[in-house]
Design a protein around this ligand. Structure first.
Ligand code: C2E
Ligand code: MG
Ligand code: MG
Ligand code: MG
Length: 293
């Protein structure tokens, strides 16, 4: 297209592509440095039981605090980290850090019953060493697999379904739970879904945020919940922002959820002072009932 518009637009196109390539390269170099300098931080977003109002766990979400760029959102650096394969190192670091944090919380807050969900990328599950790395981290930190949930998106699962089932089975052997993330946005092949040893489905935020009673998104959410019930999976709704959304999800029988209505992702220090040191069950119940009136 650029060519058809003559030599000048060709040049502009080249210049733009050049700038993009340079930006990418700069970001790649900075991500590498960020790994060395430990500029990544884990944030934890509460996941609650929508009917009883209890806090049941957290989703761990990576944050990058760059000395030059400030807070960089995952939306900006994860795609580049995925293209360059650096995501594998970031996710290994996340896994290790979350395991350490969980051991610490279990030691300092007795009867800490909470689970933490960690996101995996397609690159992670393609690594032959994934299970080995997980075993080593669990052994080194002394954490049991039953505190961990791994989130995997639909499209990652079907690349090689038999291999995926084998991998998920090995994770289940370690008592690690499996969550299918962003459900409804990828390929939903119902042929394989029942074969997956998964524990729950996460309804993507895009459906929840555009839900209106009886509209298409509402129907999609309702269908995903029915499907999960059929398959014996729990359902987690992402991105709950309003009391109205919460009420609809409760009506539809959605058991679990997360979203700004309850809490944004928080630094571990904030989780400790606001949740773990308080009577967090009561606190969350209060939130939930406030949201309902
Ligand atoms: P995700 O796994 O679907 O995570 C949920 C995203 O929704 C998070 O964005 C979270 O902050 C955001 N969110 C939660 N509640 C609300 C809400 O009520 N309203 C709105 N508008 N947003 C809400 P975040 O942290 O920016 O992460 C974006 C995506 O980046 C994640 O989507 C996940 O795919 C990826 N990601 C984040 N951390 C990691 C990581 O450690 N490893 C890998 N591989 N991917 C990660
Ligand atoms: Mg997730
Ligand atoms: Mg998600
Ligand atoms: Mg999502």
């Amino acid at each position: 297209r650029a060519k058809a518009q003559g030599r000048n637009s060709y040049k502009i196109f080249d210049a733009q592509m050049h700038t993009q390539a340079v930006n990418r390269l700069t970001l790649e170099t900075e991500i590498r440095k960020a790994l060395e300098r430990e500029e990544f931080i884990v944030y934890y977003q509460p996941i609650v039981d929508l009917l009883g109002g209890r806090l049941i766990g957290f989703e761990a979400l990576v944050r990058w605090l760059s000395p030059t760029r400030g807070f960089v959102s995952p939306g900006e650096f994860i795609p580049i980290a995925e293209e360059t394969g650096l995501i594998v190192q970031i996710d290994r670091w996340m896994f290790y850090t979350v395991c350490q944090q969980l051991v610490n919380w279990k030691t300092n807050f007795t009867h800490f019953p909470l689970k933490v969900s960690i996101n995996l990328s397609a690159q992670d599950i393609r690594q032959a060493s994934l299970i080995e790395d997980i075993d080593r981290t669990l052994a080194e930190t002394g954490l049991e697999g039953n505190s961990i949930v791994l989130e995997i998106t639909e499209s990652m699962l079907i690349e090689d379904i038999d291999k995926t089932i084998d991998l998920l089975t090995q994770l289940k052997d370690r008592k690690i739970q499996i969550s299918i993330d962003d459900f409804g946005t990828g390929y939903s092949s119902l042929n394989y879904l029942h074969r997956l040893p998964a524990d729950n489905l996460k309804i993507d935020r895009s459906f929840v945020s555009q839900m209106e009673e009886g509209n298409r998104n509402y129907q999609v959410v309702s269908t995903i919940i029915a499907l999960s019930n059929q398959l014996g999976l729990a359902v987690v709704a992402e991105g709950i922002e309003t009391p109205q959304q919460l009420q609809w999800l409760q009506q539809l029988g959605c058991e679990l959820g997360q979203g700004y209505l309850f809490s944004p992702p928080l630094a571990s220090q904030e989780i400790e002072t606001h949740l773990l040191k308080e009577d967090y069950e009561k606190l969350y119940q209060a939130h939930l009932f406030n949201a309902l009136v």
